[in-house]
Design a protein. Structure first.
Length: 113
């Protein structure tokens, strides 16, 4: 395989990993905010039964696979900065639920921890 093809695979896999990590974090954050606080193990048990939380776990697992694929075809110096762009994917997903909320600061409130 040529160096150009390997680099292209690494970049595309790293972007897929970043997107998966970002969406996974946004989904898990949204579900954690929607779940009543039960504290400790009870909260984890409630979250483990929620589809959004489980989708986030699945996407995170997929992201690790994509990151491993990217590292198989490209150097860490190329892959790591691309995967670090996960925030660019997380923010739009995190604000999607806030667009229906009223008020001028609804989107900013959706991004708060």
């Amino acid at each position: 395989m040529s160096n150009t093809a390997a680099t292209a695979i690494a970049v595309l896999a790293a972007l897929a990993a970043a997107a998966s990590f970002g969406v996974a974090a946004a989904l898990q954050h949204r579900q954690a905010r929607l779940t009543p606080d039960a504290g400790g193990v009870r909260l984890l048990a409630r979250l483990a039964a929620q589809p959004l939380w489980l989708a986030g776990i699945a996407l995170a697992a997929l992201a690790y696979g994509m990151q491993a694929l990217a590292l198989a075809f490209g150097p860490l110096a190329l892959v790591a900065p691309i995967v670090a762009t996960d925030l660019l994917f997380a923010l739009p997903v995190a604000t999607m639920g806030a667009t229906s909320a009223s008020g001028p600061n609804a989107r900013a409130r959706a991004c708060r921890p």
